[in-house]
Design a protein around this ligand. Structure first.
Ligand SMILES: C[S@@+](CC[C@H](N)C(=O)[O-])C[C@H]1O[C@@H](n2cnc3c(N)ncnc32)[C@H](O)[C@@H]1O
Length: 238
């Protein structure tokens, strides 16, 4: 982690993976015997369940995905949401995302202030992004997520679990995770609360290997333990 890293530095790091993001992740998690698509699908299912519970359905929800990268998850999200907008500090990643997801709106931002007015979206999510944001910028990053969501809306963070040894191994071998500073669930919850969110909660996910409805029920049941490879944290805008 370089002190004084700028959003431009963060962007440059991912620019060169615009055409090879999935392959790079697959290489670093190869020892698990699963591919990035599996992790993506599990998180999408958790997110859609959360939207269903919170809004009584996902199909009218206007969602912003901050740090969307190459839009890896967007083919799964777009048909299930009212609208989907993606933003990132890496323009080449956004170009790639736009080419593969014609129904999604993409807009670049400078890593400091999201280019939308207050209360613009029903929900915002950010997936495996905060560990690339320099820790000194975490409070501002969380505040920006909260700012663009309307009262009653939802802010959701997916992150790596720093206490899972397999996650640490994957992060240590992933070429674009050189700068990664992993956040605990507790830290992320505190950041969301400090951003003014209420009803802040988190749970571990991906506590067991793939897949199917039975293993998903087991994964849900294990969520209160901190075993999972990743976690979901969320809060409501007051
Ligand atoms: C590991 S990738 C995750 C991409 C996507 N969210 C996914 O789950 O497939 C991290 C992304 O965060 C972006 N990023 C890094 N710093 C950022 C910042 N301050 N604001 C928004 N995005 C950022 C990178 O450009 C990269 O696309």
């Amino acid at each position: 982690m370089s002190i004084g890293q700028t959003p431009a530095d963060q962007a440059a790091q991912f620019d060169s993976y615009a055409d090879s993001y999935a392959e790079a992740v697959n290489q670093s998690i190869g020892f698990l015997g699963v591919k990035v698509d599996y992790f993506t699908r599990v998180k999408v299912d958790y997110m859609i369940d959360l939207l269903d519970t919170h809004f009584g359905g996902s199909d009218r929800v206007a969602m912003l995905d901050v740090g969307c990268g190459v839009g890896q998850s967007h083919p799964l999200y777009a048909p299930r949401l009212g609208s989907l907008t993606g933003t990132d500090v890496s323009a080449p990643c956004l170009d790639r995302a736009a080419a593969r997801n014609p129904g999604v709106a993409y807009q670049a931002y400078d890593g400091t202030r999201l280019p939308w007015d207050d209360n613009r979206f029903d929900a915002v999510m950010t997936t495996c992004v905060m560990h690339h944001v320099p820790p000194a910028q975490w409070p501002q990053f969380a505040a920006e997520l909260a700012r663009v969501v309307r009262p009653g809306g939802l802010v959701t963070v997916f992150e790596h679990n720093p206490f899972n040894p397999l996650t640490r191994r994957a992060v240590n071998t992933c070429p674009f995770d050189d700068d990664a500073v992993l956040l605990s669930q507790r830290r992320t919850r505190a950041l969301l609360r400090d951003a003014g969110l209420v009803n802040v909660q988190s749970r571990a996910i991906l506590s067991i290997p793939p897949v199917g409805p039975v293993s998903r029920r087991v994964d849900l049941a294990l969520g209160h333990l901190s075993l999972g490879a990743q976690y979901i944290a969320h809060g409501t805008v007051a």
